[in-house]
Design a protein around this ligand. Structure first.
Ligand SMILES: [Fe+2]
Length: 301
């Protein structure tokens, strides 16, 4: 049963990416035509914004499963080592009290303030993350997004050719954290060290992009210093102002971003004065990438 009339209303929010989609109620099941229209818009615009969606965890998971299998989060301090399909980004405890800034969950969440793409430390990086606003501060706490597709397209053809074929080692810990970080177990650090190509291609439209961010540590075949310098340069390129959109949250916004071709970061807000609570679901990617040219089959709950 459809809950929307095609075509959906899709309004661009930025010169190079990001669109707002209206005319659909995501709390209700989608017809296959609407699901396909959202998938097409997602591949084109990389980030979709849906306003006024009164989702709960169940309906958020159902909509997310329209695009594949949900990732289970890794166990860490921010989920009290009890990972599920919903990641809660908040400065509140379970009783709604503000957490002190030195609480392990708060310290862990600070790593979201670095430019990154979700789950790039997994053998198959995430396809999309969907973040839903439950409580937002009156000022601050934006999420910044960067188009690594537009950044790649801005490079001269010779530079693009030089980058293509390079392979990057991604790790669950960031390069500046040091090897002795206690944030993850030795098992996790070993399992969550993987190799991805530096340049990826969206199989639905052939558009290429850089795949970098805070988990990208080294480039195979280069010295540590040389690889780091190149990764830093490319992350800086992707996050130039002309490639960045900063989302100002309203309660019941849902933002769905393409982890294959965009970077994002949390921005600061007054965590003593204000409350913020966001719920995230993440849809796993699949391999080979060529399969993603088609809309994945929806997954039953
Ligand atoms: Fe993230």
């Amino acid at each position: 049963m459809s809950n929307a009339t095609l075509p959906l209303i899709i309004k661009s929010l930025h010169p190079v990416f990001v669109a707002e989609v209206t005319g659909v109620d995501l709390t209700r099941p989608l017809s296959s035509d609407v699901r396909q229209a959202i998938w097409d818009a997602f591949n084109e615009h990389q980030i979709l914004v849906f306003r006024d969606q009164a989702l709960d965890d169940e309906t958020q998971m159902r909509f997310s499963r329209s695009f594949g299998t949900l990732e289970r989060m890794e166990a860490h301090a921010a989920n009290d080592y009890r990972p599920g399909h919903i990641a809660v980004m908040t400065n509140l405890d379970a009783d709604g009290n503000r957490l002190p800034s030195d609480h392990p969950a708060m310290v862990h969440r600070e790593r979201n303030e670095m430019w990154h793409t979700d789950s790039s430390f997994k053998p198959i990086g995430a396809l999309t993350s969907l973040l839903h606003a439950r409580i937002v501060p009156p000022v601050g706490g934006n999420t910044d997004f960067a188009s690594a597709r537009a950044a790649y397209a801005s490079l001269p053809a010779a530079r693009q050719a030089a980058l293509e074929g390079l392979q990057v080692i991604h790790r669950v810990i960031a390069p500046n954290e040091g090897a002795d970080t206690k944030a993850y177990s030795e098992e996790q650090k070993k399992r969550l060290t993987v190799v991805h190509p530096l340049v990826r291609t969206n199989p639905a439209n052939g558009r290429k992009n850089l795949y970098v961010g805070s988990h990208a540590h080294e480039i195979i075949g280069m010295s540590l210093q040389e690889g780091r310098a190149l990764l830093d340069e490319l992350t800086a390129l992707c996050t130039q102002p002309q490639f960045v959109y900063s989302h100002v949250w309203r309660v019941h916004d849902l933002v769905m971003w393409d982890n294959r071709c965009t970077l994002h970061r949390a921005t600061i807000f007054d965590k003593v004065k204000y409350q913020r609570k966001m719920h995230r679901t993440t849809v796993a990617g699949t391999m080979p990438e060529s399969l993603l040219a088609r809309l994945p089959e929806p997954v039953a709950a």
